[in-house]
Design a protein around this ligand. Structure first.
Ligand code: C5P
Length: 228
């Protein structure tokens, strides 16, 4: 299960990030570095985190094709395991990103479909996420970021190997905060999500490693049910 859990290190600085990394330890396989931490600390911190965990560089590139391709190349050079672009950037941007990724065979290139925080009606989010996932697949990407609610439809349309990365994970009556389309760690696994992204429910918990253990236990419980 640890290889399916990504903790979003949305903390203020490198010291806090390294402390969180150390308290989570090997229970968690992936760390996600997003805008806040990358803008504050840059690639040096990513290199440090990379020595113990797989890294998802979540900078959601959305620019002209040439610029996005160059950014993907830089991410590949930095040695991260996963990087993402916005599917809203369109087919030529997605193709340029996929072309740049070819130089880094181990790098997973993922497209954001619709932000899990977007308040658009659920059926609109569902159809737009599916449309963007199909486009990302056609353009040669490895998968998408989507909500748990869209995983099954996307897997059906794009194939089981097409990766789904799902933020918006909440359980046990936790506050949704700015997220709209949320689901529990068990529901995410039941839906077939490949990677669960969890930030504040772990970062802001009184005991972050206990919160991560709780999420992992719910994920394992759901796997147990699926294999019964
Ligand atoms: O704190 P929380 O669990 O809501 O964090 C979710 C993380 O996933 C954040 O780092 C956010 O930037 C990221 N994310 C998201 N929705 C997307 C893509 C990434 O919430 N569509």
């Amino acid at each position: 299960m640890r290889e399916r859990l990504m903790v979003a290190l949305d903390v203020e600085n490198g010291e806090q990030a390294l402390n969180m990394r150390d308290s989570l330890g090997a229970a968690v396989g992936w760390l996600k570095v997003g805008l806040r931490l990358f803008v504050a600390e840059g690639p040096g911190l990513v290199r440090q985190l990379k020595s113990t965990h797989r890294i998802f560089l979540d900078l959601k590139f959305h620019d002209i094709p040439n610029t996005v391709a160059q950014a993907v190349e830089s991410a590949g050079g930095l040695g991260v395991d996963m990087v993402n672009v916005h599917a809203g950037g369109g087919a030529s941007m997605l193709r340029a990103a996929a072309e740049a990724k070819k130089a880094f065979p181990a790098l997973k290139l993922i497209a954001v479909t619709v932000l899990t925080s977007d308040p658009m009606p659920a059926d609109r989010a569902h159809s737009l996420a599916l449309e963007r996932a199909m486009l990302a697949r056609e353009c040669g990407l490895d998968g998408v970021v989507c909500s748990v609610h869209e995983v099954e439809t996307i897997k059906k349309a794009c194939g089981q190997d097409f990766l789904t990365v799902t933020p918006g994970i909440r359980w046990g009556g936790q506050d949704r905060q700015d997220q709209q389309r949320v689901a529990g760690p068990d529901d995410a696994v039941r839906a077939g999500s490949d990677f669960l992204v969890i930030g504040r429910p772990i970062l802001h918990a009184a005991d972050p490693s206990a919160a991560a253990a709780e999420a992992l236990a719910m994920m394992s419980g759901a796997i147990g049910e699926l294999s019964e």
